[in-house]
Design a protein around this ligand. Structure first.
Ligand SMILES: Nc1ncnc2c1ncn2[C@@H]1O[C@H](COP(=O)(O)OP(=O)(O)OP(=O)(O)O)[C@@H](O)[C@H]1O
Length: 373
């Protein structure tokens, strides 16, 4: 990935008395590139994040993705300034905001970051307008600048008609939008999101994804978004950092991760359904599926087929079939591993013993021991 040229870092909205009375208050804040170098966090003897190095350009939408406990939230909290790294550095634009080795740590208010939490707490006694205006008052924006920015932010989140309501008079999704508006109002150069959609119902979650990405783009900020939901990550991200046990497993665009996963873990974590991984030995057309093999061959779920009678090379047990956009996802078990393949029509939907036909060679192979790390 080629980082975009770095724009001059902003003194940035959130803390800027400089924004007050200034025409600059009406200009979009440029996002800043984010660079983590050897970032680590220990809690006593336990390592929550270890040696994470990554860089994204200004305006990126970076998603931190991984299973529960892999260190996503801790990484985000270090970016926000809510946790101090125990090693490594965080740079926002040209500014190093935390250095774990040197014990240097800028407070959250001095970083130019805005954060949207899962449990967004709006002030219940304030109207929507007053809630959004609050951080601008704290940052000492002038009354005229505040009025203009609140109107602009209300338009951006499409809440113009609800400005005089109180939070209790809003739906969950509308409250979430107020929380987002309040965060982006001071024009932070970096927006941080910690599973902000997890309290919403499934339908609203999908609608809000699109809205969040639009708000991100129009705000001009660089965003970092934590989720364990891979479909959310793939739908929203310009860059995905897959984390595992505190470490960065792979950084790439959604397309790169799906086409060229660096590890078996990434291949199995991403995709609907995920790639089919089969133990065996050899490479390319020489790859032979074999139970004791030291490698894992990766195949695309729609290139593996159920074999006609007497055909096929891989004994499996069909567990279930489910429709997916006019095709069928067949879930099978092979030597204790659940695999899902995609077939046309409703073929092979009956449960029981079956065989699979594999393409002539796997897309790629992984070291099996590494995959099981
Ligand atoms: N304040 C703390 N004190 C001790 N250990 C902590 C603390 N915060 C997090 N951890 C540990 O650090 C590891 C990473 O936690 P973190 O919350 O970053 O994971 P996560 O990927 O965000 O998980 P989830 O998706 O479940 O929120 C976990 O093992 C967790 O128990």
């Amino acid at each position: 990935m080629t980082p975009a040229p770095a724009p001059a870092p902003t003194a940035s909205g959130a803390s800027g008395a400089s924004a007050s009375n200034s025409p600059a208050a009406a200009a979009p804040a440029p996002g800043v590139p984010i660079a983590l170098r050897g970032l680590g966090k220990r809690f006593g003897d336990a390592s929550a994040v270890a040696d994470v190095t990554l860089e994204v350009p200004a305006g990126a939408f970076l998603v931190l993705l991984g299973p529960s406990g892999c260190g996503k939230s801790t990484t985000l909290r270090m970016l926000a300034g809510l946790e101090e790294p125990t090693s490594g550095t965080i740079a926002l634009g040209d500014r190093v905001v935390a250095d774990g080795d040197a014990g240097m740590h800028l407070s959250p208010g001095r970083r130019g970051v805005g954060m949207v939490f899962q449990g967004y707490a709006l002030w219940p006694h304030m109207t929507v307008r007053q809630n959004i205006e609050w951080p601008l008052r704290v940052a000492r924006w002038s009354a005229a600048d505040r009025r203009a920015r609140v109107a602009e932010t209300l338009r951006l989140v499409e809440l113009e008609g609800l400005a005089e309501r109180h939070p209790a008079q809003l739906s969950g999704g509308q409250q979430q939008r107020v929380a987002i508006a309040r965060t982006i109002a001071p024009r932070p150069g970096v927006l941080l999101f910690d599973e902000p959609l997890s309290n919403l119902d499934a339908r609203l979650r999908v609608d809000m994804r699109g809205e969040l990405v639009r708000v991100h783009r129009e705000s001009g900020a660089t965003s970092v978004y934590v989720t364990h939901d891979q479909s959310e990550a793939l739908a929203m991200a310009t860059h995905v950092a897959v984390m595992r046990a505190g470490r960065l497993e792979q950084l790439g665009t959604p397309d790169e991760l799906l086409r060229a996963p660096a590890t078996a873990f990434v291949a199995e974590f991403l995709g609907t359904p995920a790639a089919v991984l089969v133990p065996g030995d050899g490479e390319g057309t020489g790859f032979m599926p074999w139970r004791e093999g030291s490698r894992l061959g990766m195949y695309r779920p729609d290139e593996v087929a159920l074999a006609p009678a007497d055909g096929g090379e891989l004994d499996v047990e069909v567990l279930e079939s489910a429709p997916l956009a006019g095709r069928t996802v067949v879930t099978v078990r092979h030597r204790g591993r659940r695999l899902a393949i995609v077939t046309d029509g409703a073929a092979g939907s009956s449960a029981g013993a079956a065989r699979l036909v594999l393409p002539a060679s796997p897309v790629r192979t992984f070291d099996r021991a590494e995959g099981a790390r």
